[in-house]
Each structure stands twice: as structure tokens, then as C-alpha cells.
Design a protein around this ligand. Structure first.
Ligand SMILES: Cc1cc2nc3c(=O)[nH]c(=O)nc-3n(C[C@H](O)[C@H](O)[C@H](O)COP(=O)(O)O)c2cc1C
Length: 198
């Protein structure tokens, strides 16, 4: 009984945050939030301009997020979603990851990206973004993975199409749901830090 109660408390305290440019990370975050029975919260950002955020990301800087400062609570697990842009760990994600480290909040990161698993080590692939996230959050990065928009699609859409693929219109594939659920389970465990091998 006591264990059941402490599990319920744990789940209630989990936060799901997302930053999104075109809605894909929101779609994934909402799916995870539903599984955790919490609300997915959008990160309110400064600066608002995508171009400026991209530039800040290029210089390896984080951007402050008002909402994250108010919402990342010491020691409480965070499930964070956001896109890969230009093969970079983007400033809003870097900002939250660094805040999680400062506040000793275990964090699980789920990237949304255009390039598929097979190209994860390429210039625009997600692997170096996962590596950068690990450097920023250190041992507080509990788990990190990526969900390519093409994951589970057969046939695979053309490269050009992938950049404009909207999960909110097309829906999540079974494989995408499974990968997101794996991160939800990792968040619940909060045991050891590791970069995923999808
Ligand atoms: C400016 C820009 C740059 C992008 N760069 C990459 C990239 O380097 N690698 C990649 O895999 N996908 C890249 N993408 C695709 C996005 O990561 C992908 O569409 C993602 O699902 C968008 O998530 P969002 O809708 O939450 O913003 C890029 C998209 C944009 C708009």
C-alpha cells in the first residue's frame, strides 16, 4: 500500500515540457503526457524569433525560458521534447537541460527529427545532439533518444517530404508510440543515466 502511494506521488510530480516549431514535438509530448496523466506544458520562450534562437544554438548557448525556471522543481523528474535543427542541440533544450542539472532534476530527453535512425551519425543526424545533451545535463540526463518522423513508415517518404512531415496531421506510428513509451518508462524508473541505442 505504501509502495503504491509513493508510486502515485512520483507520477503526479513528473513534468512534461516541450518546445516545438511545427507541432511534432507537441504531438509526441501530448501522447506521453496522456500516458502519465499529466498536462504537457509548452515552454514560453525568449527570444521568440526562430532565427535568433537558431543563431544562439549555433554558438552553443542556452536560452532562458521563463516557464522552465518556474516549473523545473528541484529533484522532480522532467520529460523534455523538442526538435533537432541544423544538427544542433537547440538553445531552448540546452537551457532546460542545464537548469535540470542545476536543480538536480532527473531529465529524459526525446528529440523529434527529420533524419532517420540509419543517418543518426551523419551531419544532420541526431547522435551528436544526444551527445551534446549528455554534456550539458551530465548525470542528470537519465535517458535520451530520438523519434524520427519517418520511424515505422513503409514506404519511407522522400527526404524533402520528411522535413515537412506533420505528426499532428498524420498521427504517430506504432513504432513512434513505442519509442516514446520507452522514455515514459525510463522516466518512471529514474535509475541510471544512459544514451539510448534505438
Ligand atoms: C530549421 C530546421 C532545421 C532542421 N534541421 C534538422 C536536422 O539537422 N536534422 C534533422 O534530423 N531534422 C531537422 N529538421 C527537421 C525537424 O527536426 C523535424 O521536422 C521535427 O519533427 C520538427 O519538430 P517540431 O515540429 O517539434 O519543431 C529541421 C527542421 C527545421 C525547421
Amino acid at each position: 500500500m505504501r509502495n503504491k502511494l509513493s508510486n502515485l506521488q512520483k507520477i503526479k510530480l513528473m513534468e512534461v515540457f516541450y518546445f516545438t516549431g511545427s507541432g511534432n514535438s507537441r504531438c509526441m509530448a501530448e501522447f506521453a503526457a496522456q500516458a502519465l496523466d499529466v498536462e504537457a506544458k509548452a515552454l514560453e520562450l525568449w527570444p521568440k524569433s526562430t532565427g535568433i534562437l537558431f543563431l544562439i544554438s549555433l554558438f552553443g548557448r542556452g536560452s532562458g525560458t521563463k516557464a522552465a525556471k518556474a516549473m523545473v522543481r528541484p529533484g522532480e523528474p522532467v520529460l523534455l521534447f523538442g526538435p533537432v535543427w541544423g544538427g544542433l542541440l537547440i538553445a531552448p533544450l540546452r537551457g532546460v537541460l542545464s537548469l535540470c542539472r542545476k536543480r538536480k532534476a532527473p531529465v529524459v530527453l526525446v528529440l523529434s527529427c527529420g533524419s532517420p535512425d540509419e543517418k543518426r551519425y551523419s551531419k544532420w543526424g541526431y547522435q551528436k545532439v544526444l551527445d551534446a545533451a549528455k554534456k550539458v545535463a551530465g548525470e542528470w540526463l537519465f535517458w535520451a533518444t530520438a523519434v524520427p518522423v519517418s520511424l515505422g513508415l513503409d514506404p519511407m517518404p522522400e527526404d524533402k517530404e520528411l522535413m515537412h512531415y506533420r505528426l499532428e496531421e498524420k498521427g504517430l506510428s506504432k513504432a513512434q508510440k513505442e519509442r516514446i513509451m520507452e522514455s515514459v518508462h525510463r522516466l518512471r524508473q529514474t535509475k541510471s543515466a544512459a544514451i539510448s541505442e534505438p
